[in-house]
Design a protein around this ligand. Sequence first.
Ligand SMILES: Cc1cc2nc3c(=O)[nH]c(=O)nc-3n(C[C@H](O)[C@H](O)[C@H](O)COP(=O)(O)O)c2cc1C
Length: 194
Amino acid sequence: MKVLYIKASPKPKNESISHRIAEVFIEEYIKNNPEDIVTELDLYDEGCQYVDYKILCDSFEKKGVMVETAKNFIEYDKFIISSPMWNLSIPAILKSYIDLIAVKGITFKYSKLGMPIGLMKGKKAFYLGSRGGAYPFPLSLIALDIKYVKFIFKFIGIKNFKSFILENVDKLPEKTKQNFEKNLEKVRKASKKF
Ligand SMILES: Cc1cc2nc3c(=O)[nH]c(=O)nc-3n(C[C@H](O)[C@H](O)[C@H](O)COP(=O)(O)O)c2cc1C
């Protein structure tokens, strides 16, 4: 299996909470799936272009960065995404990457009646997020980070989408530290099932 790990925090690895939990998830995954190949895509290190007019026109002609990125994306069987919550959503760079991979004819298509059909059937994704605060119901309604990513993955056909989100990392840092190992155990457990 080919696994793509998408890292969306600009922080260095040792400082990023979302990356640290993802690292533990991946470590456990590799332990249980030694044959699989995990490729890391650090969006800030690699850079990610915003879709502009030229990129858009190229995509209509089935060429350019959108087509290349989407074709590369469909090569993978499983996806691991790590991301902080930013302003109730995801960092713009992750949104930009999603804009590059959601390409008609590659990751989705429309039926004759205009209904979207995801083309990435049978694939899996796991989202590891961190948030400065907490979003219990009804605040969960405005926590758009995971909602958005989950919906887009579903749109392109990846219905098997699981997640782990660490909350209160800035609001209650001491509690976060105290419970960190316990949470890493939960992450390892989730990784075993991925
Ligand atoms: C620009 C920015 C916006 C943020 N917006 C939110 C927010 O809307 N809600 C929240 O709970 N935390 C917010 N945070 C806090 C981060 O979600 C939190 O620090 C997270 O753990 C960072 O993950 P990282 O260490 O992997 O980068 C924000 C942080 C930054 C830098």
